[in-house]
Design a protein around this ligand. Structure first.
Ligand code: KG4
Ligand code: ZN
Length: 336
């Protein structure tokens, strides 16, 4: 497997990460320096702090990724970097580093869409995976349901019109005072809550059969908590969190089930930070098993932001001739 080592760089949000991946599927190293503790006291990511921290850490993170993979720059075939979506200042740190390496080493530069990276993260642990398949990407910034007939070709069936699934976890957690990041906090407290206690409205999106909307749900949760606090003097956080989590999963499952009716595949991929949610995995896995399909998801390390998934996607883009020029710029609102 010579000549197919890609260095991946990911700095789109609050993880500084570099990885070396062979053949798009085999992880040689994946170094992640998380900034969660830096941002926790502010209840969310502070963009200016994030980019400064990326600048401080990236050199060392890249060096460690090469050391751990036991390779030199001269062994690489390309430099893949996230160029969007994400925080513009943070993206730029990774992009400048990648361009510098590409120019100095004479290696192809591969700009990678972060969401494409999340989708490919599944291949890192299931290298045998082959389309056709459906993929549900649920992260802090995105909720996309897509159909893939062959690697590199996607049909976007639906996406969110407002908040992303992870964003709704973060906002509800913040409102309930559960801390940051919100997804793991909601999942944890939900274990002690009654998910059937409250029912929340699910938006009817009419013709947009595979679309998502989470902002009405978030508002309903906040209104309920306000009302209960006024009436009863306390907020039953665990029951609200569990009922909210159940509703998010109901919404996601309904759309996947609908997509399976139109695209009867036997493989469904989960990707993005929310794919770490065990309750979601459990219910989606059960529904799919009943329909004779299998669920695939990455392990925790590859669910949330990491550079291995960027190197993985970068390999496939390189093979399709989709490289970038040194004019590559950050695109904070990039879509698939
Ligand atoms: O993919 P990711 O690391 O960053 C983005 O690309 O956005 O996803 C982060 C999102 C956050 O909204 C976080 O609250 C959510 O993933 N998340 C979870 C869980 N772990 C992370 N949501 C629900 N349950 C979890 N266990
Ligand atoms: Zn992400």
């Amino acid at each position: 497997m010579a000549g197919d080592l890609i260095l991946g760089i990911e700095t789109s949000c609050d993880e500084t990460s570099a990885a070396v991946v062979a053949g798009g599927r085999y992880v040689k190293s994946n170094i992640i320096a998380s900034q969660i503790n830096l941002h926790r006291e502010f209840g969310g990511v502070v963009p200016e702090l994030a980019s400064r921290k990326h600048l401080e850490l990236l050199d060392r993170v890249i060096k460690r990724a090469l050391e751990k993979a036991e390779v030199d720059f001269s062994d690489l075939s390309g430099i893949a970097v996230t160029y969007g979506p994400g925080l513009v200042g943070s993206l730029l740190i990774g992009i400048v580093a990648a361009k510098t390496l590409s120019w100095a080493l004479g290696l192809p530069l591969i700009g990678v869409n972060h969401i494409l990276g999340h989708i490919y993260s599944n291949l890192l642990e299931h290298p045998e995976l082959e389309p056709p398949l459906l993929c549900l990407t649920v992260s802090g910034g995105h909720t996309d349901l897509l159909y893939t007939e062959e690697w590199g070709k996607y049909e976007i069936l639906g996406r969110t019109r407002d908040d992303a699934a992870g964003e709704s976890f973060d906002k509800v957690a913040r409102f309930l005072g559960l801390g940051y990041p919100g997804g793991p906090a909601i999942e944890r407290i939900s274990e002690t809550g009654d998910a059937e206690r409250f029912s929340f409205p699910i938006a009817d999106l009419g013709e947009d059969r595979f679309g998502f909307s989470f902002s009405g749900l978030k508002t309903a949760v906040i209104n309920l908590a306000h009302n209960l606090e006024q009436k009863e003097g306390r907020v039953p956080e665990a029951d609200i969190a569990a009922s909210f989590q159940k509703t998010v999963v109901d919404i996601l499952l309904e759309k996947v089930e609908r997509a399976l009716n139109d695209f009867p595949v036997d493989k469904v991929l989960l990707a993005g930070g929310v794919a770490a949610n065990k309750y979601l995995r459990g219910r989606l896995g059960k529904m799919l098993r009943e329909r004779g399909a299998n669920l695939y998801y990455p392990s925790l390390e590859y669910c949330t932001d990491n550079a291995a998934m960027i190197a993985g996607a970068g390999y496939f883009l390189l093979n399709q001739g989709k490289t970038s020029s040194l004019d590559l710029d950050a695109n904070p609102r990039l879509q698939l």
